[in-house]
Design a protein around this ligand. Structure first.
Ligand SMILES: C[S@@+](CC[C@H](N)C(=O)[O-])C[C@H]1O[C@@H](n2cnc3c(N)ncnc32)[C@H](O)[C@@H]1O
Length: 241
């Protein structure tokens, strides 16, 4: 049986999927507020930069994978008004928020798993994947699925926290993420464990060269890597070759 990391724990793949789904269902109401509090609003700048980095080649179909409450989709919609945007997310409660947010817009919400997407081959021009990948239960399979649904030459903009941050910020960042973030989670989201998982999942995630290798071995070419705040978060842009 294949085992994977869920924060500090090692669990079976299908157990991780259930734990992650349940976690995001539980924190969905406070998710957006928590993002602002924990990152001091920085996640907004990183997401804005992701959107600014997307070239203006007018993608007709965009997949916002692990789109959650729709933060990235909202920005995509402003930039690409004529595109069809699909948000795909495992958590019903998270995607319900997105559905409400985009009531009258040309944005479609699918509640499902990145490891097996209900989409045809080669149908997507562009994928955004913001702070989703490290939560996936089977990262390899989900990257293969991205490859399958993406058109040749299509790009995936992957923004994710990373353990590859600079040594100079390590003491303060480690203290903040291990000691403060779970307490903010306890206070605001009433869920210390969920935010302990957040921290643990970052520290136990792939370092960026390893992550790029996984994409490379699954047929992607990485041509941009952009680090934010000493590498706390990294935007990697891959294309299907
Ligand atoms: C940290 S949130 C990111 C949400 C949004 N993209 C953002 O940047 O604010 C991670 C999202 O990944 C989703 N997710 C986790 N595992 C998934 C999977 N296997 N397939 C699809 N979505 C998944 C969760 O439900 C959650 O909404």
């Amino acid at each position: 049986m294949n085992k994977v990391k869920f924060g500090k724990k090692i669990v079976e793949i299908k157990t991780k999927k259930e734990l992650v789904k349940s976690l995001f269902n539980k924190v969905s109401n406070q998710y957006d507020l928590m993002n602002d509090l924990m990152s001091f609003g920085l996640h907004r700048l990183w997401k804005k930069d992701l959107i600014q980095n997307i070239d203006n080649s007018k993608p007709s179909v965009i997949l916002d994978l692990a789109g959650g409450t729709g933060d990235i989709s909202e920005r995509l919609y402003k930039k690409f008004k004529k595109s069809t945007i699909i948000i795909y997310d495992l958590s019903y409660e998270m995607i319900k928020k997105a559905k409400y947010r985009f009531k009258n817009k040309n944005i479609f919400c699918i509640n499902g798993s990145a490891e097996l997407m209900a989409l045809p081959n080669n149908c997507i021009d562009l994928i955004t994947l913001s702070f989703g990948l490290r939560n996936f239960s089977d990262i390899d399979t989900s990257i293969q699925e991205c490859y399958r649904v993406l058109k040749y030459g299509g790009k995936i903009y992957c923004l994710e926290f990373s353990p590859s941050y600079s040594k100079s910020i390590k003491p303060s960042y480690d203290f903040y993420s291990n000691k403060i973030i779970p307490k903010i989670g306890k206070l605001i989201a009433k869920n210390e464990n969920a935010y302990q998982y957040l921290t643990d999942s970052i520290h136990n995630f792939y370092h960026n060269p390893e992550l790029k290798n996984i994409f490379n071995k699954n047929g992607f070419f990485c041509y941009t890597e952009k680090k934010y705040l000493g590498g706390i978060a990294i935007l990697n842009v891959f294309s299907k070759v």
